[in-house]
Design a protein around this ligand. Structure first.
Ligand code: ZN
Length: 282
């Protein structure tokens, strides 16, 4: 039996808060950097879209000049394929993601592993494992780690065949490299009855590389683009944070929200709501 762990105390500062650039998607990376720094946000996770037409080395310098710590690059993965050309293209895109992360100065690339409608989950899982293993020399050479992010099973058709934290832990352990671990995103795993024990498992083995938060709204109007701010939904984020921290994790807490509704509004107001909800509900 696992011991009951008390809920974590409320966070009283923003010193561990990292915001994903996708949260404020309408902003350029330059606007996001300035606004995050002004708001007291400590870290930034950069989505590759935000780097379009930009020099990654210069962007890394810009972010650091604002005092932001670069937490990770989102995202690599989509290792599944139908033919040899697809396999090569997936690998080359992932090598490119690692090159970008290294140039930016991001120590981690988050992996959304991929799935293909009409292909068995078992076949997809085998392709994912082989894809990550093929990437390892490049990751190690760049000293950039890879985090397998399990996705909610509603995405098992086309986004990821890795759907529980247990599967992600199994895969990371089977690969057995110091450069491969897992990313826990509460949106994907909050429902899982094995969540607490699987968090303990990756936390204690040093494979818990990243922790993402947002909330699950009821009703959810769009399966991808209707995430809520912490406190707007039914996820007990503070309980999950207590389990994560009980393993010794003291890394960044990353707010990652994709929301058409929030992207349509004022981004400065949204950022203010992000920091407030972080302090009140994470
Ligand atoms: Zn995430």
């Amino acid at each position: 039996m696992t011991p009951v762990i008390a809920r974590a105390a409320a966070l009283t500062s923003l010193e561990r808060l990292c915001v994903h650039t996708i949260t404020t998607k309408p902003w350029s990376i330059e606007q996001a950097a300035e606004a995050y720094a002004r708001a007291g946000v400590a870290g930034i996770t950069v989505w590759r879209e935000a780097l379009a037409d930009r020099d990654e080395v210069q962007m890394g310098e810009l972010l650091r000049s604002h005092g932001l710590s670069i937490v990770s690059l989102c995202r690599g993965g989509f290792f599944t394929y139908r033919d040899e050309a697809g396999r090569r293209s997936a690998l080359s895109d992932n090598r490119r993601a690692l090159d970008q992360a290294a140039a930016l100065g991001a120590p981690l690339v988050v992996l959304v592993c991929g799935a293909l409608p009409g292909q068995s989950l078992a076949a997809s899982r085998a392709q994912i494992r082989a894809g990550i293993e093929a990437l390892l020399p490049h990751a190690e050479a760049h000293r950039v780690r890879l985090a397998i992010e399990p996705l909610h099973p509603m995405y098992a058709d086309s986004r990821s065949a890795i759907n529980t934290l247990a599967q992600a832990n199994d895969l990371a352990e089977a690969i057995g490299s110091d450069w491969v671990g897992v990313a826990i995103d509460v949106y994907h795993v909050w429902w899982d009855p094995a969540l607490q024990s699987e968090i303990e498992r990756c936390g204690k083995s040093g494979k818990l590389f990243a922790f993402h938060v947002c909330d699950w709204k009821t009703p959810t109007k769009d399966l991808l683009l209707d995430r809520g701010l912490p406190g707007e939904g039914c996820i007990d984020i503070r309980q999950i944070r207590a389990w994560v921290e009980a393993t010794g994790f003291r890394g960044p807490i990353e707010v990652e929200i994709f929301s058409e509704a929030y992207w349509a509004g004022d981004q400065a107001e949204l950022l203010e709501r992000v920091t407030q909800s972080y302090l009140s509900h994470v």
